[in-house]
Design a protein around this ligand. Structure first.
Ligand SMILES: *[C@@H]1O[C@H](CO)[C@@H](O)[C@H](O)[C@H]1NC(C)=O
Ligand SMILES: *[C@@H]1O[C@H](CO)[C@@H](O)[C@H](O)[C@H]1NC(C)=O
Ligand SMILES: *[C@@H]1O[C@H](CO)[C@@H](O)[C@H](O)[C@H]1NC(C)=O
Length: 554
């Protein structure tokens, strides 16, 4: 709004509603709404320096974290891209979006729920999506939920169509494969570029266009979704050298946990089907990844994270140069975590802490050190000899939170009208409400997640769900000290679990076992904890008010 418009609005408001302190409201409204930069990274665990990971090389995200509230225990509601994104963008649990796989659009399957960008759009923001923000295809109605969520056509990089193509040259023969490990020369790639480089360029161009059209008076909500470190690790090969193989450790517990119910195990089919991993002939489901590959996967993952850090650093640098950093809220998050060999687990597809935990950072220009002091660091020019003093978060929130909380918390940070909580039954019926909480102070330190299975032991397509074959659900709660998961029969027609029959359960004591290698659910001294957490899980997932008592007992 221009000044004259604000004035005109104020004057008419004062005339119309003097008794409602309209003049005071107008004064508040005249402070410009902040822009929003909403960054989502695919399959990112907290492999960032600012999260205390000393193997990470993430100088740019570390600087963002030094100016942010850093959530060190943020958990996805289901460790799979489509269900997780749909969940946090609508602030509803998968049981209410009714999306556990990649097969439906929540507005048709679950309810016509408003989304995070839609809420900003309806509050006068110009909303744009660059890269992977919504999960593509039917999950967002082949349109990234346009027109509801966005003000202009979402941008996707042209080279993303090669994501699973045979474009990774064998180092010896030069023959091209669809490999997991795919460090490339850009010149060897279709169009001579990669999706995340195109996304970075598109984001910078959006900011530049914004800056050069000052007549646009609405604030923007720019969502940028980067594809790496999602498999395959197709990245510019230079980044590998920043993570020398000889410095890469092996996972602490590389074997399948002794007391793990196999329904909880993810047999990492998304890795097995890549040409290079397929050639290793690892037996299904619990054959061990060879040590040389344990190291290589770790190296390529960390190199992919540095590659992403570099792109985000360049976007933030441009933001500062364009003087857009003074009044911008920045939210940075992954869609869920990723196992890198802990407990012989690779990938997401489970309730393990490594699969659900993802970094979330929130920068508020009103109360935190300004981004204008951000300086892009080229990872290739980081000093090797003089170790930098690690940066620390401006503020840390270390108890469990949920990605459901992102929507209401971002809204609260931006100063828009708060998103109402979903009251009894409303999560399935009301267009705008949240199942999360505003996480700007202390509140209930619990996070819930779930994962579906087609069988009790790993079979083909075990980890990648399809609604029609789902027969079991693992419901989890993570408290400050424990993770408890209960596996139950699940009816995919009624979306109901059978709470009178427990297929298996798990309890991990994070204070002593952060890797979750020792399932303590049968240990006598933990029975009070098991009973307490069992009740909490059942109350959360087992008694939605719209389901009748009779249905629940089926
Ligand atoms: C669903 O929500 C959208 C956006 O809020 C609205 O335009 C549309 O009319 C709704 N559709 C139905 C069937 O209620
Ligand atoms: C999904 O997209 C189709 C085709 O554009 C459109 O006709 C339909 O209304 C959309 N669904 C919803 C719920 O908006
Ligand atoms: C995998 O199996 C194929 C076919 O049986 C064999 O040719 C190949 O040498 C095996 N590779 C390894 C690494 O054992």
């Amino acid at each position: 709004m221009g000044w004259w418009m604000i004035l005109a609005t104020c004057v008419s408001a004062v005339i119309l509603t003097v008794y409602r302190h309209a003049a005071f409201t107008c004064l508040l409204e005249s402070s410009p709404k902040p822009n929003v930069l909403f960054i989502v990274v695919d399959d990112l665990r907290p492999a960032l320096g600012i999260f205390g990971d000393s193997l990470a090389k993430t100088p740019n995200l570390d600087q963002l974290g030094a100016r942010s509230l850093v959530f060190t225990k943020a958990l996805a509601q289901q460790a799979l891209c489509g269900p997780s994104r749909t969940s946090f963008l609508t602030s509803r649990r998968p049981d209410h979006t009714k999306l556990y796989d990649f097969g439906s659009y929540w507005r048709d399957a679950g309810g016509n729920f408003s989304t995070l960008p839609q809420y900003f759009k309806e509050n006068g923001y110009h909303c744009h999506s660059i890269g992977k923000v919504f999960h593509p295809d039917i999950v967002s109605n082949f349109s990234d939920d346009s027109p509801y969520s966005w003000s202009q056509t979402p941008y996707h990089p042209s080279t993303q169509v090669f994501k699973n193509a045979a474009v990774c040259p064998d180092p010896l023969s030069g023959e091209k494969f669809a490999n997991l490990l795919c460090a490339v020369d850009l010149e060897s790639q279709p169009e001579g570029t990669l999706p995340d480089l195109q996304i970075k360029t598109a984001a910078i161009e959006f900011l530049e266009r914004w800056k050069s059209h000052p007549e646009k008076e609405n604030p923007f909500f720019l969502a940028v979704g980067l594809h790496k470190p999602h498999v395959p690790y197709r990245i510019p090969k230079e980044y590998l050298a920043l993570h020398p193989l000889e410095q890469i450790p092996l996972p602490k517990y590389p074997e399948v946990p002794p007391d793990l119910p196999l329904i909880a195990f993810n047999p990492w089919e998304s890795l097995r089907r890549r040409d290079d991993i397929d050639r290793l002939n690892i037996s299904f489901p619990i054959g061990r990844m060879p040590e040389s590959y344990q190291r290589l996967i770790f190296q390529y993952y960390y190199a992919s994270v540095t590659y992403i850090d570099d792109q985000i650093g360049q976007i933030l640098e441009r933001l500062v140069q364009l003087e857009l950093s003074q009044n911008i809220v920045v939210s940075f998050l992954g869609d869920h975590g990723y196992g890198l060999g802990e407990n012989s687990e690779y990938g997401k597809f489970s309730n393990f802490d490594v699969a659900t935990k993802t970094p979330w950072m929130l920068h508020n220009p009103k109360s935190m050190p300004r981004l204008s002091s951000f300086k892009y660091v080229n990872p290739f020019s980081m000093s090797k000899e003089v170790p930098q003093k690690p940066l620390v978060p401006y503020q840390t929130h270390s108890t469990p939170v949920e990605l459901l909380d992102v929507f209401p918390t971002l809204v609260a940070t931006t100063g828009l009208e708060p998103v109402p909580l979903c009251l009894e039954g409303e999560a399935q019926t009301k267009m705008l409400c949240t199942e999360g909480q505003v996480r700007l102070g202390k509140n209930v330190p619990l996070a819930f997640c779930q994962y579906p299975r087609p069988a009790k032991i790993p079979v083909k397509k075990f980890d990648q769900p399809k609604l029609a074959t789902i027969k079991f659900m693992g419901y989890s709660v993570t408290s400050e000290h424990f993770r408890y998961t209960r596996w139950l029969p699940f009816d995919h027609h009624t979306f109901l679990a059978n709470w009178s029959h427990t297929v298996a359960h798990e309890l991990y004591f994070h204070d002593q076992d952060p890797i979750e290698h020792f399932n303590l659910v049968s240990h006598a001294e933990f029975q009070p904890t098991v009973r307490r957490l069992q009740d909490i899980v059942k109350t959360k997932f087992g008694s939605p008010s719209l389901k009748t008592k009779q249905e629940v007992q089926v």
